[in-house]
Design a protein around this ligand. Structure first.
Ligand code: PRX
Length: 566
């Protein structure tokens, strides 16, 4: 671990300027983060270095150097300009994990656009909500997903262009254009958009308890935090082969699947394929992966297949393992030591924080089950749930609160300043998670402070699921809650009351499950439907999810005095 030095010393002496100086951020007035992810690496003489190796689900491979990254991102940027797109236009990426997804991310930023990555498994309703909210001007997609866009196109007056990558031979419809990265003209020189550090860059949609998903809007200066956290917390260097298993539809896949590794000049590998332990181990062995960033759900799936599956492979290449997205249970840390000879290090952050804020810093003693300590430059505490005053007694549970001002922090929720403002109390940014801090400063995650469901490290909003359920012809009332699951931590369970004339049977259950999968996504799809006569409500008519959730978790129900009838 050559990168990092002792935690205490780094924390004490830290200043974000350290990162700015290493990046030479702002050199010649250049603040556009895309420049630092490819062009700068080339200017430093590393253009021939491999930026990424991509492997598709059939085992096919493609390789791109930093020079390729630089040239092809210019291709995207110029193409968008020629289509008439302007700086700050929202440009959505809605593709599976093909090379174009990663490169277009930089391309959009190079022409000053705001890049809006969305998970390609989203169905038409999930897609519509996010495109409508952002007033998205153009969308990159592939042939596989274009049908979903066609079904909602009429309702999206701002969406001027649908750009179909690898369009094939079938004809396209009006305002759809076919695009091939390899065949498109390569501009000799492309003049990057002179973004200022506070110019909007990435718009990531994330779910809350109430209302529609919210677009967390980031700025170009976020790279100052993403670069140094990738270097120090993930411990990557230009000599590493790095694998981040997250999809860029989610923030981990952009902050640490694009910006972090590439600004560090690291080679990364990308696997566009579903999960299988044998496949993953083969992938690690074949590419001699040294640093691996994944999620507890994946680790639990690997645990299910046991250490024998690990022992069939030579995984001695692995040097550092990090986890994100959900609580990393102590057993997973202990198992990983047995299986890989090293523990998984935890890292905690959010779409809104843009970068890791609490982590088991390399070299620090790990307490299995704890998330570690604040990253240098981050002041994190827990505050009282009602008064928002700092809690000073070790071991007392409170809300995680961060002192605002780190570079990767979101700057607003798109079109929703009020919601953004509501996240701040007494000068602290309130993450919405509960934790305690022990007498040595380690954070111990307890749970979320809202009804958002974390399934396999992905947040899904109950409100979005409930609204979609109400679109089903049989349903009159609905509630969605998380129920415990041994692998995914939580899965969605829906409670529904039916309209007269509908029978609560297995066929209807299947029809509802499929309905949600198609409209929203496989993640939001309920794993179980419970038919009820009516749902518990407060006197003002609000459905009490808390009560339904507590039952699923076998928890105390708490104060029910506001219940309608009980
Ligand atoms: O509840 C916390 C959980 O995931 C939430 C953030 O989700 P999202 O915005 O989708 O970003 C995911 C990738 C950073 C948090 O509010 N979470 C994230 N990391 C951890 C975690 N819960 C426990 N332990 C973690 N390490």
């Amino acid at each position: 671990m050559g990168n990092i030095g002792s935690y205490e010393e780094k924390y004490k002496n830290f200043n974000w300027k350290i990162s700015e100086q290493e990046l030479e951020y702002g050199k010649d007035g250049m603040y556009n983060l895309a420049y630092y992810c490819c062009d700068r690496i080339c200017e430093k003489g590393n253009g021939e270095k491999l930026a990424f190796l991509w492997e598709g689900f059939k085992g096919e491979e493609k390789k791109f150097t930093y020079q390729d990254l630089s040239v092809y991102s210019n291709v995207f940027a110029k193409y968008l300009q020629d289509l008439g797109l302007k700086p700050e236009d929202r440009i959505c990426l809605f593709m599976e994990r093909i090379p174009e997804l990663f490169i277009s991310f930089l391309g959009v930023l190079k022409m000053g656009g705001i890049v809006q990555p969305l998970f390609s498994a989203f169905g038409e309703d999930a897609l519509f909500t996010r495109l409508e909210d952002a007033g998205t001007k153009a969308i990159f997609t592939t042939r596989k997903h274009v049908r979903k866009i066609r079904r909602i196109r009429d309702k999206l007056p701002d969406l001027a262009k649908v750009i179909v990558v690898n369009a094939g031979d079938k004809p396209l419809e009006k305002d759809e254009v076919a695009f091939s990265m390899e065949d498109a003209p390569k501009p000799e020189n492309f003049e990057l958009y002179k973004a200022n550090p506070e110019a909007p860059s990435v718009l990531h949609y994330t779910s809350g308890t109430t209302g529609k998903p919210k677009g967390a809007q980031h700025v170009h200066a976020s790279i100052i935090a993403q670069y140094i956290t990738a270097k120090w917390a993930l411990d990557i260097s230009p000599d590493d082969i790095y694998w981040c298993t997250a999809d860029p539809g989610w923030v981990t896949g952009t902050s640490y699947g694009i910006i972090g590794p590439w600004s560090n000049g690291t080679t990364q590998v990308i696997l566009d394929s579903g999960f299988s332990s044998a496949k993953w181990y083969q992938f690690i062995e074949k590419h001699k992966i040294t640093v691996w960033y994944t999620a507890p759900t994946a680790i639990r799936l690997l645990m299910k297949d046991g250490t024998d599956a690990v022992k069939k492979h030579d995984l001695s290449c692995l040097r550092h393992l990090i986890s994100v997205g959900e609580p990393l249970n102590a057993e997973a840390v202990i198992w990983s030591k047995e299986a890989f000879g090293k523990p998984f290090y935890d890292s905690y952050w959010q779409t809104e924080t843009g970068a890791i804020v609490i982590t088991n810093y390399p070299g620090m003693e790990i307490k299995p089950g704890s998330m570690g300590k604040p990253f240098p430059g981050i002041k994190a505490i827990v505050v009282d749930q009602k008064t928002f005053e700092p809690i000073t007694t070790p071991g007392t549970v409170g809300l995680i609160a961060l002192q605002p001002g780190w570079p990767a922090m979101f700057r607003t929720y798109w079109n929703n300043k009020e919601m953004y403002d509501s996240k701040f109390k007494k000068g602290w940014y309130i993450c919405g998670d509960r934790s305690s801090i022990d007498d040595e400063g380690y954070f111990w995650f307890v749970g979320r402070d809202d009804d958002v469901i974390n399934t396999g490290g992905h947040l899904v909003g109950p409100f979005e699921i409930e609204s979609a359920l109400l679109e089903h012809e049989a349903i009159v009332e609905s509630a969605a809650v998380g129920k415990p699951d041994p692998v995914n931590m939580e899965v969605v369970k829906a409670f529904v009351a039916l309209k007269p004339g509908f029978k609560p049977d297995a066929d209807l259950e299947l029809s509802i499950i499929n309905f949600i999968r198609k409209k929203l996504s496989p993640l939001a799809m309920p794993q179980e439907i419970e038919f009820v006569k009516s749902l518990p409500k407060t006197r003002s008519g609000k459905i009490m999810r808390r009560l339904l959730r507590a039952k699923e978790w076998g928890e105390e129900i708490g104060d029910t005095s506001t219940l309608e009838d009980d």
